[in-house]
Design a protein around this ligand. Structure first.
Ligand code: NDP
Length: 416
Protein backbone atom coordinates (compact mmCIF):
# COMPACT_ATOMS: atom_id res chain seq x y z
CA UNK A 1 0.00 0.00 0.00
CA UNK A 2 2.88 2.34 0.86
CA UNK A 3 4.27 1.91 -2.61
CA UNK A 4 0.83 2.35 -4.15
CA UNK A 5 0.35 5.68 -2.35
CA UNK A 6 3.32 7.13 -4.23
CA UNK A 7 1.61 6.55 -7.60
CA UNK A 8 1.17 9.81 -9.44
CA UNK A 9 -2.48 10.89 -9.62
CA UNK A 10 -3.89 12.10 -12.92
CA UNK A 11 -6.97 14.15 -13.87
CA UNK A 12 -6.75 16.26 -10.70
CA UNK A 13 -6.50 13.30 -8.27
CA UNK A 14 -9.42 12.80 -5.84
CA UNK A 15 -11.00 16.12 -6.78
CA UNK A 16 -11.15 15.08 -10.44
CA UNK A 17 -12.32 11.61 -9.47
CA UNK A 18 -15.36 13.15 -7.74
CA UNK A 19 -15.92 16.16 -9.98
CA UNK A 20 -15.63 14.47 -13.39
CA UNK A 21 -18.22 11.69 -12.85
CA UNK A 22 -20.69 14.35 -11.66
CA UNK A 23 -20.01 17.05 -14.22
CA UNK A 24 -19.46 15.07 -17.43
CA UNK A 25 -22.85 13.28 -17.51
CA UNK A 26 -24.56 16.66 -16.93
CA UNK A 27 -22.42 18.20 -19.68
CA UNK A 28 -23.49 15.49 -22.15
CA UNK A 29 -27.20 16.08 -21.42
CA UNK A 30 -26.76 19.84 -21.56
CA UNK A 31 -24.90 19.73 -24.89
CA UNK A 32 -27.56 17.53 -26.53
CA UNK A 33 -30.21 19.91 -25.18
CA UNK A 34 -28.37 22.98 -26.48
CA UNK A 35 -27.72 21.42 -29.92
CA UNK A 36 -31.47 21.19 -30.58
CA UNK A 37 -32.57 24.42 -28.90
CA UNK A 38 -33.45 27.29 -31.30
CA UNK A 39 -30.54 29.48 -30.18
CA UNK A 40 -28.04 26.56 -29.86
CA UNK A 41 -26.09 28.94 -27.65
CA UNK A 42 -23.51 27.65 -25.20
CA UNK A 43 -23.76 30.93 -23.30
CA UNK A 44 -27.53 31.18 -22.97
CA UNK A 45 -28.58 31.87 -19.38
CA UNK A 46 -30.45 30.06 -17.92
CA UNK A 47 -29.06 27.20 -20.05
CA UNK A 48 -31.33 25.22 -22.41
CA UNK A 49 -31.79 22.34 -19.97
CA UNK A 50 -33.88 19.43 -21.24
CA UNK A 51 -37.19 18.97 -19.40
CA UNK A 52 -37.76 15.84 -17.27
CA UNK A 53 -40.15 14.25 -19.82
CA UNK A 54 -37.48 14.57 -22.53
CA UNK A 55 -35.10 12.45 -20.45
CA UNK A 56 -37.02 9.20 -20.26
CA UNK A 57 -38.65 6.83 -22.72
CA UNK A 58 -39.37 3.12 -22.08
CA UNK A 59 -37.89 2.22 -25.50
CA UNK A 60 -34.47 3.60 -24.50
CA UNK A 61 -33.30 0.82 -22.10
CA UNK A 62 -34.59 -1.83 -24.52
CA UNK A 63 -32.73 -0.31 -27.47
CA UNK A 64 -29.57 0.10 -25.42
CA UNK A 65 -29.54 -3.45 -24.06
CA UNK A 66 -30.42 -4.83 -27.51
CA UNK A 67 -27.51 -2.90 -29.04
CA UNK A 68 -24.99 -4.02 -26.39
CA UNK A 69 -26.31 -7.62 -26.64
CA UNK A 70 -25.96 -7.59 -30.43
CA UNK A 71 -22.35 -6.43 -30.16
CA UNK A 72 -21.51 -8.92 -27.42
CA UNK A 73 -22.87 -11.66 -29.70
CA UNK A 74 -20.91 -10.36 -32.73
CA UNK A 75 -17.74 -10.13 -30.58
CA UNK A 76 -18.12 -13.79 -29.67
CA UNK A 77 -18.68 -15.02 -33.25
CA UNK A 78 -15.71 -16.91 -34.70
CA UNK A 79 -15.12 -14.26 -37.39
CA UNK A 80 -11.73 -12.73 -38.26
CA UNK A 81 -8.42 -13.72 -36.73
CA UNK A 82 -7.29 -13.89 -33.11
CA UNK A 83 -4.38 -11.63 -32.19
CA UNK A 84 -2.08 -11.46 -29.19
CA UNK A 85 -1.72 -8.32 -27.10
CA UNK A 86 1.61 -7.02 -25.77
CA UNK A 87 3.42 -9.02 -23.10
CA UNK A 88 1.96 -8.56 -19.61
CA UNK A 89 3.84 -8.27 -16.30
CA UNK A 90 3.52 -12.02 -15.76
CA UNK A 91 5.13 -12.63 -19.21
CA UNK A 92 1.88 -13.96 -20.75
CA UNK A 93 -0.10 -12.43 -23.62
CA UNK A 94 -3.88 -12.17 -23.87
CA UNK A 95 -5.71 -13.14 -27.06
CA UNK A 96 -8.21 -10.78 -28.73
CA UNK A 97 -10.67 -11.36 -31.60
CA UNK A 98 -10.03 -8.95 -34.49
CA UNK A 99 -13.60 -8.85 -35.77
CA UNK A 100 -14.72 -5.28 -35.02
CA UNK A 101 -14.93 -4.39 -38.72
CA UNK A 102 -17.16 -7.43 -39.30
CA UNK A 103 -19.29 -6.30 -36.34
CA UNK A 104 -19.61 -2.84 -37.88
CA UNK A 105 -20.60 -4.15 -41.33
CA UNK A 106 -23.14 -6.61 -39.90
CA UNK A 107 -24.71 -4.15 -37.47
CA UNK A 108 -24.86 -1.25 -39.95
CA UNK A 109 -26.25 -3.73 -42.55
CA UNK A 110 -28.96 -4.75 -40.04
CA UNK A 111 -29.83 -1.10 -39.38
CA UNK A 112 -30.11 -0.44 -43.14
CA UNK A 113 -32.31 -3.53 -43.52
CA UNK A 114 -34.59 -2.30 -40.72
CA UNK A 115 -34.72 1.07 -42.44
CA UNK A 116 -35.75 -0.60 -45.71
CA UNK A 117 -38.47 -2.47 -43.82
CA UNK A 118 -39.83 0.88 -42.68
CA UNK A 119 -38.25 1.24 -39.21
CA UNK A 120 -38.50 4.91 -38.18
CA UNK A 121 -34.76 5.51 -37.67
CA UNK A 122 -35.39 9.26 -37.44
CA UNK A 123 -37.01 8.59 -34.02
CA UNK A 124 -33.45 8.36 -32.68
CA UNK A 125 -33.57 12.17 -32.61
CA UNK A 126 -36.31 12.14 -29.93
CA UNK A 127 -34.78 9.10 -28.19
CA UNK A 128 -31.28 10.57 -27.97
CA UNK A 129 -31.66 12.12 -24.50
CA UNK A 130 -33.35 9.04 -22.94
CA UNK A 131 -30.68 6.85 -24.56
CA UNK A 132 -27.94 9.07 -23.14
CA UNK A 133 -29.52 8.87 -19.65
CA UNK A 134 -29.72 5.05 -19.81
CA UNK A 135 -26.14 4.78 -21.07
CA UNK A 136 -24.92 7.05 -18.24
CA UNK A 137 -26.67 4.76 -15.70
CA UNK A 138 -25.15 1.71 -17.41
CA UNK A 139 -21.67 3.23 -17.30
CA UNK A 140 -21.94 3.80 -13.52
CA UNK A 141 -23.21 0.23 -12.97
CA UNK A 142 -20.44 -1.25 -15.12
CA UNK A 143 -17.78 0.84 -13.34
CA UNK A 144 -19.03 -0.36 -9.94
CA UNK A 145 -18.91 -3.96 -11.19
CA UNK A 146 -15.38 -3.44 -12.54
CA UNK A 147 -14.16 -1.95 -9.29
CA UNK A 148 -15.60 -4.87 -7.28
CA UNK A 149 -14.19 -7.36 -9.81
CA UNK A 150 -10.69 -5.91 -9.44
CA UNK A 151 -10.54 -7.29 -5.87
CA UNK A 152 -10.96 -10.85 -7.16
CA UNK A 153 -7.74 -10.81 -9.23
CA UNK A 154 -4.06 -10.97 -8.30
CA UNK A 155 -1.98 -7.80 -7.91
CA UNK A 156 -0.23 -8.63 -11.22
CA UNK A 157 -3.51 -7.94 -13.02
CA UNK A 158 -3.85 -4.38 -11.68
CA UNK A 159 -3.12 -1.24 -13.70
CA UNK A 160 0.09 0.60 -12.73
CA UNK A 161 -1.74 3.82 -11.80
CA UNK A 162 -5.03 2.42 -10.54
CA UNK A 163 -4.08 0.87 -7.22
CA UNK A 164 -3.54 3.90 -5.01
CA UNK A 165 -5.79 2.66 -2.19
CA UNK A 166 -8.02 5.73 -2.59
CA UNK A 167 -11.39 4.14 -3.43
CA UNK A 168 -12.79 7.12 -5.33
CA UNK A 169 -9.68 7.65 -7.42
CA UNK A 170 -9.20 3.95 -8.21
CA UNK A 171 -12.90 3.60 -9.15
CA UNK A 172 -12.49 6.56 -11.50
CA UNK A 173 -9.13 5.79 -13.10
CA UNK A 174 -9.59 2.00 -13.28
CA UNK A 175 -8.04 -0.53 -10.93
CA UNK A 176 -7.84 -3.65 -13.08
CA UNK A 177 -5.88 -3.56 -16.34
CA UNK A 178 -7.68 -6.17 -18.44
CA UNK A 179 -10.94 -7.24 -16.74
CA UNK A 180 -12.35 -10.33 -18.39
CA UNK A 181 -15.32 -12.61 -17.93
CA UNK A 182 -13.80 -15.86 -19.15
CA UNK A 183 -12.39 -14.86 -22.56
CA UNK A 184 -14.62 -11.81 -22.97
CA UNK A 185 -12.39 -8.75 -22.56
CA UNK A 186 -14.58 -5.92 -21.25
CA UNK A 187 -12.16 -3.06 -21.97
CA UNK A 188 -11.33 -4.16 -25.49
CA UNK A 189 -15.04 -4.76 -26.21
CA UNK A 190 -16.07 -1.28 -25.05
CA UNK A 191 -13.12 0.53 -26.64
CA UNK A 192 -14.23 0.39 -30.30
CA UNK A 193 -17.60 -1.32 -30.59
CA UNK A 194 -20.94 -0.35 -28.99
CA UNK A 195 -20.07 3.33 -28.56
CA UNK A 196 -18.07 3.95 -31.72
CA UNK A 197 -20.42 2.06 -34.05
CA UNK A 198 -23.35 3.53 -32.07
CA UNK A 199 -22.05 7.01 -32.99
CA UNK A 200 -22.29 6.16 -36.73
CA UNK A 201 -25.82 4.80 -36.27
CA UNK A 202 -26.94 7.86 -34.27
CA UNK A 203 -25.59 10.04 -37.12
CA UNK A 204 -27.60 8.00 -39.62
CA UNK A 205 -30.72 8.41 -37.46
CA UNK A 206 -30.19 12.17 -37.41
CA UNK A 207 -29.76 12.18 -41.19
CA UNK A 208 -33.08 10.31 -41.48
CA UNK A 209 -34.69 12.90 -39.20
CA UNK A 210 -33.54 15.56 -41.64
CA UNK A 211 -35.09 13.55 -44.50
CA UNK A 212 -38.38 13.39 -42.53
CA UNK A 213 -38.34 17.14 -41.95
CA UNK A 214 -37.08 18.40 -45.30
CA UNK A 215 -37.47 15.58 -47.82
CA UNK A 216 -33.75 14.94 -48.40
CA UNK A 217 -30.47 15.08 -46.49
CA UNK A 218 -28.46 18.31 -46.77
CA UNK A 219 -24.95 18.40 -48.22
CA UNK A 220 -23.64 19.43 -44.78
CA UNK A 221 -25.31 16.40 -43.15
CA UNK A 222 -23.96 14.06 -45.85
CA UNK A 223 -20.41 15.37 -45.28
CA UNK A 224 -20.63 15.03 -41.50
CA UNK A 225 -22.03 11.48 -41.81
CA UNK A 226 -19.49 10.49 -44.48
CA UNK A 227 -16.42 11.88 -42.66
CA UNK A 228 -17.36 10.34 -39.34
CA UNK A 229 -18.28 6.97 -40.87
CA UNK A 230 -14.85 6.93 -42.53
CA UNK A 231 -13.25 7.59 -39.12
CA UNK A 232 -15.23 4.82 -37.41
CA UNK A 233 -14.60 2.38 -40.28
CA UNK A 234 -10.88 3.19 -40.24
CA UNK A 235 -10.61 2.58 -36.48
CA UNK A 236 -12.29 -0.81 -36.84
CA UNK A 237 -10.39 -1.79 -40.00
CA UNK A 238 -7.19 -1.15 -38.01
CA UNK A 239 -8.59 -2.64 -34.79
CA UNK A 240 -5.42 -4.63 -34.10
CA UNK A 241 -3.52 -1.34 -33.58
CA UNK A 242 -5.60 -0.62 -30.46
CA UNK A 243 -3.77 -3.49 -28.73
CA UNK A 244 -0.65 -1.33 -28.40
CA UNK A 245 -2.38 1.92 -27.32
CA UNK A 246 -2.09 3.58 -23.92
CA UNK A 247 -5.74 2.67 -23.19
CA UNK A 248 -5.15 -1.07 -23.53
CA UNK A 249 -1.52 -1.34 -22.39
CA UNK A 250 -1.37 1.16 -19.55
CA UNK A 251 -4.76 2.42 -18.32
CA UNK A 252 -7.00 0.48 -15.98
CA UNK A 253 -10.65 0.00 -16.92
CA UNK A 254 -12.67 2.28 -14.66
CA UNK A 255 -15.25 5.03 -14.91
CA UNK A 256 -13.06 7.30 -17.04
CA UNK A 257 -12.71 4.86 -19.94
CA UNK A 258 -16.17 3.27 -19.53
CA UNK A 259 -17.87 6.66 -19.69
CA UNK A 260 -15.62 7.87 -22.51
CA UNK A 261 -16.24 4.79 -24.65
CA UNK A 262 -19.96 4.30 -24.03
CA UNK A 263 -21.33 7.80 -23.40
CA UNK A 264 -18.96 10.56 -24.40
CA UNK A 265 -18.07 9.27 -27.87
CA UNK A 266 -21.53 8.45 -29.25
CA UNK A 267 -23.44 11.31 -27.64
CA UNK A 268 -21.04 14.24 -27.97
CA UNK A 269 -19.29 13.26 -31.21
CA UNK A 270 -22.74 13.26 -32.90
CA UNK A 271 -23.45 16.87 -31.84
CA UNK A 272 -22.78 18.27 -35.32
CA UNK A 273 -25.40 16.01 -36.90
CA UNK A 274 -27.78 16.83 -34.04
CA UNK A 275 -27.20 20.56 -34.58
CA UNK A 276 -27.82 20.26 -38.35
CA UNK A 277 -31.28 18.71 -37.82
CA UNK A 278 -32.54 21.90 -36.19
CA UNK A 279 -30.16 24.42 -37.81
CA UNK A 280 -29.93 23.62 -41.53
CA UNK A 281 -26.90 25.14 -43.29
CA UNK A 282 -26.51 26.09 -46.93
CA UNK A 283 -23.14 24.83 -48.16
CA UNK A 284 -21.75 25.67 -51.60
CA UNK A 285 -20.13 22.99 -53.75
CA UNK A 286 -16.84 24.94 -53.57
CA UNK A 287 -17.08 25.14 -49.76
CA UNK A 288 -17.81 21.40 -49.62
CA UNK A 289 -14.81 20.66 -51.88
CA UNK A 290 -12.46 22.66 -49.60
CA UNK A 291 -13.78 20.83 -46.53
CA UNK A 292 -13.45 17.42 -48.24
CA UNK A 293 -9.84 18.31 -49.14
CA UNK A 294 -9.09 19.32 -45.52
CA UNK A 295 -10.57 16.06 -44.23
CA UNK A 296 -8.56 14.15 -46.85
CA UNK A 297 -5.27 15.80 -45.81
CA UNK A 298 -6.03 15.19 -42.13
CA UNK A 299 -6.94 11.57 -42.81
CA UNK A 300 -3.78 11.02 -44.88
CA UNK A 301 -1.51 12.37 -42.11
CA UNK A 302 -3.44 10.48 -39.40
CA UNK A 303 -3.47 7.14 -41.21
CA UNK A 304 0.05 7.17 -42.68
CA UNK A 305 1.70 8.27 -39.42
CA UNK A 306 -0.20 5.70 -37.33
CA UNK A 307 0.58 2.96 -39.88
CA UNK A 308 4.24 3.96 -40.05
CA UNK A 309 4.68 3.60 -36.29
CA UNK A 310 2.64 0.40 -36.07
CA UNK A 311 4.66 -1.12 -38.91
CA UNK A 312 7.92 -0.06 -37.25
CA UNK A 313 6.88 -1.49 -33.88
CA UNK A 314 5.75 -4.79 -35.47
CA UNK A 315 8.75 -5.23 -37.76
CA UNK A 316 11.50 -2.56 -37.83
CA UNK A 317 13.14 -4.36 -40.77
CA UNK A 318 10.09 -4.08 -43.03
CA UNK A 319 11.13 -2.34 -46.32
CA UNK A 320 8.55 0.46 -45.72
CA UNK A 321 10.30 1.59 -42.54
CA UNK A 322 13.79 0.07 -42.57
CA UNK A 323 15.35 3.19 -44.18
CA UNK A 324 13.99 5.61 -41.58
CA UNK A 325 16.48 7.14 -39.12
CA UNK A 326 16.21 5.93 -35.53
CA UNK A 327 17.82 6.40 -32.14
CA UNK A 328 18.49 3.44 -29.84
CA UNK A 329 17.11 3.31 -26.28
CA UNK A 330 18.20 1.34 -23.21
CA UNK A 331 15.08 -0.84 -23.48
CA UNK A 332 16.27 -2.30 -26.80
CA UNK A 333 13.39 -0.55 -28.65
CA UNK A 334 14.27 2.25 -31.07
CA UNK A 335 12.62 5.63 -31.64
CA UNK A 336 11.92 6.96 -35.13
CA UNK A 337 13.47 10.36 -35.83
CA UNK A 338 12.66 10.71 -39.53
CA UNK A 339 9.50 10.19 -41.59
CA UNK A 340 6.27 11.35 -39.91
CA UNK A 341 7.71 10.90 -36.41
CA UNK A 342 10.59 13.21 -37.31
CA UNK A 343 8.16 15.93 -38.47
CA UNK A 344 6.49 16.42 -35.06
CA UNK A 345 6.37 14.12 -32.02
CA UNK A 346 2.65 13.38 -32.52
CA UNK A 347 1.85 13.62 -36.23
CA UNK A 348 -1.16 11.32 -35.70
CA UNK A 349 -2.71 13.92 -33.35
CA UNK A 350 -2.13 16.65 -35.96
CA UNK A 351 -4.01 14.64 -38.61
CA UNK A 352 -6.81 13.84 -36.15
CA UNK A 353 -7.23 17.55 -35.32
CA UNK A 354 -7.39 18.59 -38.99
CA UNK A 355 -10.19 16.07 -39.47
CA UNK A 356 -11.94 17.34 -36.35
CA UNK A 357 -11.95 20.84 -37.85
CA UNK A 358 -13.32 19.48 -41.15
CA UNK A 359 -16.26 17.90 -39.27
CA UNK A 360 -17.24 21.27 -37.77
CA UNK A 361 -16.93 23.46 -40.87
CA UNK A 362 -20.07 22.08 -42.67
CA UNK A 363 -22.06 23.58 -39.77
CA UNK A 364 -21.06 27.13 -40.75
CA UNK A 365 -19.78 29.91 -38.54
CA UNK A 366 -22.97 31.15 -36.88
CA UNK A 367 -22.65 28.99 -33.74
CA UNK A 368 -19.87 27.77 -31.47
CA UNK A 369 -21.55 24.48 -30.55
CA UNK A 370 -20.44 22.53 -33.67
CA UNK A 371 -16.87 23.55 -32.78
CA UNK A 372 -17.20 21.95 -29.35
CA UNK A 373 -15.63 18.72 -30.62
CA UNK A 374 -12.52 20.26 -32.17
CA UNK A 375 -12.01 22.49 -29.09
CA UNK A 376 -12.45 19.68 -26.58
CA UNK A 377 -10.35 17.33 -28.73
CA UNK A 378 -7.47 19.83 -28.89
CA UNK A 379 -7.47 20.00 -25.08
CA UNK A 380 -7.75 16.19 -24.82
CA UNK A 381 -4.88 15.54 -27.22
CA UNK A 382 -2.62 18.17 -25.62
CA UNK A 383 -3.31 16.52 -22.24
CA UNK A 384 -2.85 13.02 -23.71
CA UNK A 385 0.40 14.10 -25.33
CA UNK A 386 1.69 15.31 -21.96
CA UNK A 387 0.71 11.99 -20.30
CA UNK A 388 2.40 10.02 -23.07
CA UNK A 389 5.47 12.24 -22.90
CA UNK A 390 5.78 11.55 -19.14
CA UNK A 391 5.53 7.81 -19.72
CA UNK A 392 8.04 7.89 -22.60
CA UNK A 393 10.47 9.92 -20.48
CA UNK A 394 10.22 7.25 -17.76
CA UNK A 395 10.65 4.43 -20.31
CA UNK A 396 13.42 5.91 -22.44
CA UNK A 397 15.21 8.49 -20.21
CA UNK A 398 18.10 10.21 -22.03
CA UNK A 399 17.09 8.76 -25.42
CA UNK A 400 13.72 10.49 -25.08
CA UNK A 401 15.47 13.80 -24.28
CA UNK A 402 17.59 13.35 -27.38
CA UNK A 403 14.45 12.65 -29.48
CA UNK A 404 12.83 15.83 -28.11
CA UNK A 405 15.93 17.82 -29.04
CA UNK A 406 15.91 16.46 -32.61
CA UNK A 407 12.14 16.82 -33.03
CA UNK A 408 11.28 19.90 -30.96
CA UNK A 409 7.56 20.34 -31.82
CA UNK A 410 4.95 18.16 -30.18
CA UNK A 411 1.86 18.43 -32.42
CA UNK A 412 1.79 21.63 -34.50
CA UNK A 413 4.99 22.34 -36.47
CA UNK A 414 6.63 25.66 -35.42
CA UNK A 415 3.78 26.36 -32.97
CA UNK A 416 3.60 23.72 -30.25
P1 NDP B 1 0.08 6.93 -30.10
O1 NDP B 1 -0.31 6.07 -31.26
O2 NDP B 1 0.37 8.34 -30.40
O3 NDP B 1 1.29 6.22 -29.41
C1 NDP B 1 2.19 6.81 -28.50
C2 NDP B 1 3.30 5.80 -28.32
O4 NDP B 1 4.05 5.68 -29.54
C3 NDP B 1 4.36 6.17 -27.29
O5 NDP B 1 3.94 5.82 -25.99
C4 NDP B 1 5.53 5.29 -27.74
O6 NDP B 1 5.23 3.95 -27.29
C5 NDP B 1 5.40 5.33 -29.25
N1 NDP B 1 6.23 6.36 -29.84
C6 NDP B 1 6.25 7.69 -29.57
N2 NDP B 1 7.16 8.33 -30.32
C7 NDP B 1 7.74 7.38 -31.10
C8 NDP B 1 8.77 7.42 -32.07
N3 NDP B 1 9.38 8.54 -32.41
N4 NDP B 1 9.12 6.25 -32.66
C9 NDP B 1 8.51 5.09 -32.34
N5 NDP B 1 7.54 5.00 -31.41
C10 NDP B 1 7.16 6.13 -30.80
O7 NDP B 1 -1.02 6.79 -28.97
P2 NDP B 1 -2.53 7.18 -28.78
O8 NDP B 1 -3.21 5.97 -28.25
O9 NDP B 1 -2.59 8.43 -27.96
O10 NDP B 1 -3.11 7.52 -30.24
C11 NDP B 1 -3.48 6.57 -31.23
C12 NDP B 1 -4.44 7.25 -32.22
O11 NDP B 1 -5.74 7.36 -31.65
C13 NDP B 1 -4.01 8.68 -32.59
O12 NDP B 1 -4.18 8.87 -33.96
C14 NDP B 1 -4.98 9.57 -31.83
O13 NDP B 1 -5.20 10.77 -32.53
C15 NDP B 1 -6.22 8.68 -31.77
N6 NDP B 1 -7.09 8.99 -30.62
C16 NDP B 1 -8.40 9.34 -30.88
C17 NDP B 1 -9.26 9.63 -29.85
C18 NDP B 1 -10.67 10.02 -30.14
O14 NDP B 1 -11.43 10.18 -29.21
N7 NDP B 1 -11.05 10.22 -31.39
C19 NDP B 1 -8.82 9.55 -28.44
C20 NDP B 1 -7.43 9.17 -28.29
C21 NDP B 1 -6.61 8.90 -29.34
P3 NDP B 1 6.28 2.72 -27.44
O15 NDP B 1 7.63 3.31 -27.62
O16 NDP B 1 6.13 1.96 -26.15
O17 NDP B 1 5.83 1.94 -28.62
Amino acid sequence: MKQAAKTEREFGGTLGAVGIPVSLPLTVLLLIGVSRSPSASLFQWPPALPSADQLWHPMAPLLLLGWIGLHAALYSLPLGKMSEGLELKNKTRLKYPINGFHAMCISVGLVLLLLKLGAPLGRLFELLLPLAVCTIVLSFLLSIFLYAHSFSVSSDALAPGGNTGNHLYDFFIGRELNPRIQNFDLKYFCELRPGLIGWAVINLGLLMKEVELRGSPSLAMILVNGFQLLYVGDALWNEEAVLSTMDIVHDGFGFMLVFGDLVWVPFTYSLQASFLVVHPQALSVFGAAVIVALNGIGYYIFRSSNSQKNQFRRDPNHPNVSKLKTIPTATGKKLLVSGWWGFVRHPNYLGDLLMALAWSLPCGFSHLLPYFYVTYFTVLLIHREARDERQCKLKYGASWDSYCKQVPYRIFPYIY
